[in-house]
Structure formats: structure tokens, C-alpha cells
Design a protein. Structure first.
Lengths: 385, 183
């Protein structure tokens, strides 16, 4: 199906990434946001709060991030497409309900506009230091999908994709922005509603009495209902059976947790989105994501001007990590360079995929600004030697 | 590949960010170029140091920050003191001549001044000094077209203030054209 025109601000705009992400959510059909505004993500919910009364829906400013992240789960089971928006300190508080969203298979989108941390850190300045937290910060084994936009246009486009993916797979989907992308203003083209593909919730067609909320078919994704539609449902954070009832046996734990993680792990290749450029005959491949990919592009251009054969692989989907594709790239080049605005996070995944076959050089940065392209260039030159 | 890096500096409340928005919008929406705007401001609503960085290019902009601007626009003495040393050699300085007093300039820098605040006051609203500066910028540099700048201006200012802002833009524009000797 295509987007509801009420939420689509068709036109050519000059928007920052935060505002563009908000428009993406509205275009995707998000009609309930609970948030606790925090720099540098505040503009997302500020705009949503202004726009949603005109579109038809609700924004609630909650008392904290714990409340915000569980209110959206209630909103989803009430039938809405839902989102919360935060930055590092708030993300830490949301970890409990990330796990609850996962085990209850509640479709929901989290936007994390990353800033320097740990703790209060650098409220108004960028980092990419939450990349591991979203994957590993909640307890237990779980999987998420994470998208890393590098421009306001992508904040719009990928927010729509985030909503579609969370409905398709029923796992929490993260939009991993950063302060620069969030506050950077560029041209954003919002198409006609009829040109925006929307994934509808997997509503069950089963009659009350025959529907079981966690029955699955071959794709392992259950059908959903909403409270008040007449189906009996039980939604719990406890390990549960197909009825949703608590069932805390090792056998059921194994069955449930393997089904949940299998949905994503077994489809990692299908979810992969890497923008590769000049990788075919490259000696060195730069692997980047988010805002750092734009800085890396500047470094790659300079390296090529200096006569080096350098490719650039930008991860648009950062989780699940595209290990198979990175391994394939590593079989054709001599070294990889991984710049990121942290002291080494996704580089661990690159190294796992590469498995020691070629050197993987990290270009780290503690955050607060983006890399100087020269620093990435220096590391490319080192890798090429 | 043409790439022009611009920094606009002043005080919160002078409309520094809106100036950047109008120039970026003019370039990227109405002139068919690419533009990236980055803004920096303090936590105070008024009076803190405030600056906008605008990169205008034929190709998509990769590295988004402006470190050494080709063109520096300053509306406060602090912005001049802070940013003038970063100007590219051979770059251009546009300044509010009654607020900023030029001492020494980097090698080969061309400087053009305008009494933007006084002009804005003559028009009846000191608030539009930033729009006078935008007009001045377009008149001196020609980096965005007049038509694009006026469209961007009209789509960025509050309803009911269009003619005031357009007058402010044109006063700045004409002064800029006269300084660079354009017909």
C-alpha cells in the first residue's frame, strides 16, 4: 500500500535531519510518539508535537525515557505505528524496554541522535558511540535492525524504511543519526504520497477463538491484533508460548529465542544495504557509515587524486552487520580502513568478518566533531603501503 | 567542480541562522546547486555567539564543515575577531561597518562594508538587518541569483512581512552592486 496523504508534506524543502526524520515518520504512518526531549534530538519531537494535531494522532511528553519507551509499546498494541526519539543518556534508560519490545515482538522505531558520551558527555556535539549499545545494551540474546543515514534526505527516506522494516519483521528498528546529521540542513525532496510504499501491520484475519498471538508460519513472524478487536491476547516479557502465556521451560526458551533471533540472523543478507563505490579493483577499501561516510568520501577522493586505488563501502544498514559482504570485499583487497566517531566499535564486526585475512585499520575519534579528512587519508596511505 | 564555503557570524537574535537558511535554500532549491548548512549557537536564546556555515557546490557536499571560509560575513565584533584569521587567503569579508571595525586582514582579502543596522532602522525594523546583509551578500558575490534569493527569502519570512523584507534585501543588494562597480 502507499502512504496516507495526510502525513506527507510533498514538496522540495530545506530541512535539517531532525525535521526530515519527523517528516519520514509522519509519511510512514506514525501516529503515536512518546518522548522525553533531549539534545540533539529535540527537534524531531518538537516538530512532531506541532504537526501531529493537523495529521491526526498523539504526542505525549513523558516524565522520563523509561516511560517514553514503554508508552510506545502500549501504543503499538493499541494499533498505532509508534516511535520514540532520544540521545545517549536517554538511550541508556530505554534499554529495559528495548528488551521488552523485542521479546513481545512489538513493532516500534527508536531514533537515536548520537552525541558524545559517556553520561551527559557532549550534549550539542556528535559521536557514533552508541553503535554497540543498541545491539548489546539490553540483557539477553536479541537482534535489532539499525539504519545509518548520512544526510537529511536519508533521515527522511530511512525513517520510512525503519517503519516498514519494523512492521515486516516485528523487531525494534533504530535510526542511528548523530548530531551533525540531525542539525545539518539540506534539500529534502518529499514525494507524492502515492509514490511512498508503506508496509502495513500483519493484521490477523483469524476469528477470535482461533487466533493465537505467537503462532508463526514459515517466515517466523506472527500476525498481530490490537487490544479491543475481540481477540484474546496476552503480552508478557516472560518467555512465552504461542498463546503468549508464560512458559518458562528450557525447551520453550530455546524455541522462542532461536525463532526470534533467526528472523534477523537468517535474513541478514537480504537486509544488507551497502553502497559500494570503486571497490572492484581497489587495494584499500574504506568501510564507513553515517556522517563519517561523507568525511571518508572526501578522503577517498584525495587518495585517488594521489594515485591510490581506493574503494568505499558505506553501510546503510549497520545491524544486522553485513558480515558476508564485508568478507567478500576483503577477499579482493589488501587492507580495510574503518573510520568511526568512537574509539572502535563497528571495527570489531569488520575484523570478525575479515577473520585476519587482511589488515583492518581503525581511524578512531573520541567525538565532538567529525574527523579531519586528512587523518583518514593518512591511514589510507598507511594501509596502501 | 566549484565549491564555495561561507561562514556567517554574529550574535543570537541578529538572524544569523536565517541568513544561512535563505542562502542555502536559494542555492539548493531555486538555483539547482547543492548546499549544506551547519549551525552553531550557545544555550542562550539571545546575545550569545552564533554562526552559520554554508557550503554551496556544483557537486554534492561531502565534508560538511567550513574551516577556512572563502567568504566571511560578520555582524558583530566578536565574530570578526574569532573568524577573520580563518579566512582563506584571497577570500572575501563582508561586514556590518558600524558594528565591526576592521583592523588588519589576511593576505589579499577583499573587504566590503555596509551599515546594515542603520538601513534596517530606516526601513522601520532593526530586525531586518540580516536580510539587508543577505541582499548585500548577493549583490557583492553573485553566488546565488537574485531571483533564487528573493524566492528563498519570501518562503522563509513570516506572512505579512514580505514587502519589508524584500525592501531590506533590495537595499542591501543595491549597495553591494555599487561597491563592486556592477551596472
Amino acid at each position: 500500500m502507499t502512504a496516507d496523504p495526510k502525513g506527507v508534506l510533498t514538496g522540495i524543502h530545506f530541512l535539517d535531519g531532525d525535521h526530515a526524520a519527523c517528516e519520514g515518520a509522519l509519511a510512514a504512518g506514525c501516529r503515536f510518539v512518546a518522548g522525553y526531549p533531549i539534545t540533539p534530538s529535540t527537534e524531531v519531537v518538537e516538530r512532531f508535537a506541532q504537526r501531529i494535531p493537523l495529521v491526526g494522532g498523539l504526542f505525549i511528553q513523558m516524565e522520563d525515557e523509561l516511560a517514553a519507551s514503554i508508552a510506545i509499546l502500549g501504543g503499538a498494541w493499541g494499533g498505532k505505528k509508534v516511535m520514540t526519539v532520544t540521545s545517549g543518556p536517554g538511550l541508556s534508560l530505554m534499554m529495559e524496554h528495548l528488551g521488552l519490545a523485542y521479546i513481545t515482538e512489538t513493532p516500534c522505531v527508536f531514533i537515536d541522535v548520537q552525541r558524545g558520551g559517556p553520561s551527559t558527555g557532549l550534549p550539542t556535539l556528535p559521536a557514533q558511540a552508541d553503535m554497540m549499545q543498541v545491539k548489546w545494551g539490553s540483557h539477553g540474546d536479541y537482534e535489532i535492525i539499525a539504519l545509518s543515514p548520512n544526510s537529511p534526505q536519508e533521515c527522511f527516506d530511512l525513517t520510512i524504511r525503519a517503519f516498514n522494516l519494523t512492521e515486516q519483521w516485528r523487531v525494534p528498528v533504530f535510526l542511528m543519526m548523530d548530531e551533525v546529521v540531525g542539525h545539518m540542513t539540506e534539500r529534502v525532496v518529499i514525494p507524492e504520497a502515492s509514490a511512498i510504499e508503506i508496509t502495513e501491520r500483519r493484521w490477523t484475519a483469524k476469528a477470535p477463538g482461533t487466533y493465537r498471538p505467537y503462532d508463526v508460519g514459515a517466515d517466523r513472524v506472527p500476525e498481530m491484533t490490537k487490544a479491543g478487536d475481540g481477540h484474546r491476547i496476552h503480552v508478557t516479557g516472560l518467555t512465552h508460548d504461542e498463546r503468549g502465556w508464560p512458559c518458562m521451560t528450557p525447551k520453550q526458551q530455546d524455541k522462542l529465542i532461536r525463532r526470534l533471533s533467526g528472523k534477523i540472523r537468517d535474513n541478514a543478507d537480504a537486509l544488507t544495504d551497502i553502497r559500494e563505490e570503486g571497490c572492484e579493483d581497489a587495494d584499500v577499501v574504506v568501510v564507513s557509515y553515517g556522517i563519517t561516510s561523507r568525511v571518508a568520501s572526501a578522503a577517498v577522493l584525495r587518495a585517488r587524486a594521489a594515485g591510490l586505488k581506493v574503494g568505499h563501502a558505506r553501510l546503510v544498514v549497520t545491524w544486522p552487520f553485513p558480515a558476508a559482504r564485508i568478507a567478500a570485499l576483503a577477499s579482493k583487497c589488501k587492507a580495510m580502513v574503518v573510520p568511526e566517531l568512537n574509539l572502535g566499535q563497528m571495527v570489531h564486526e569488520v575484523r570478525l568478518a575479515v577473520n585476519g585475512r587482511i589488515p583492518v585499520l581503525l581511524v578512531d575519534h573520541a567525538g565532538g566533531t567529525v574527523h579531519d579528512p586528512q587523518v583518514i587519508l593518512d591511514r589510507i596511505q598507511e594501509a596502501a603501503r | 567542480m566549484t565549491r564555495t564555503e561561507i561562514r556567517i557570524g554574529g550574535l543570537g537574535g541578529q538572524g544569523v541562522i536565517l541568513s544561512g537558511i535563505i542562502l542555502g535554500k536559494a542555492a539548493s532549491i531555486y538555483d539547482g546547486l547543492n548546499a549544506t548548512l551547519i549551525q552553531a549557537f550557545g544555550p542562550e536564546a539571545r546575545g550569545s555567539a552564533c554562526s552559520a556555515q554554508v557550503t554551496i557546490a556544483d557537486d554534492p557536499v561531502d565534508y560538511p564543515y567550513v574551516l577556512n571560509p572563502d567568504i566571511l560575513v560578520v555582524m558583530s565584533p566578536d565574530a570578526y575577531t574569532q573568524f577573520a584569521p580563518s579566512l582563506k587567503p584571497g577570500g572575501m569579508l563582508l561586514y556590518e561597518e558600524e558594528l565591526v571595525h576592521i583592523k588588519e586582514l589576511p593576505e589579499g582579502v577583499r573587504a566590503y562594508g555596509i551599515g546594515a543596522t542603520r538601513i534596517a532602522e530606516e526601513l522601520g525594523r532593526r530586525l531586518v538587518l540580516n536580510i539587508v546583509m543577505v541582499g548585500f551578500f548577493v549583490g557583492v558575490t553573485g553566488i546565488v541569483s537574485v531571483g533564487a534569493a528573493e524566492k528563498a527569502l519570501l518562503s522563509s519570512v513570516p506572512k505579512g512581512t514580505e514587502s519589508l523584507n524584500l525592501n531590506a534585501f533590495r537595499r542591501g543588494f543595491e549597495h553591494g552592486r555599487s561597491l563592486v562597480g556592477a551596472a
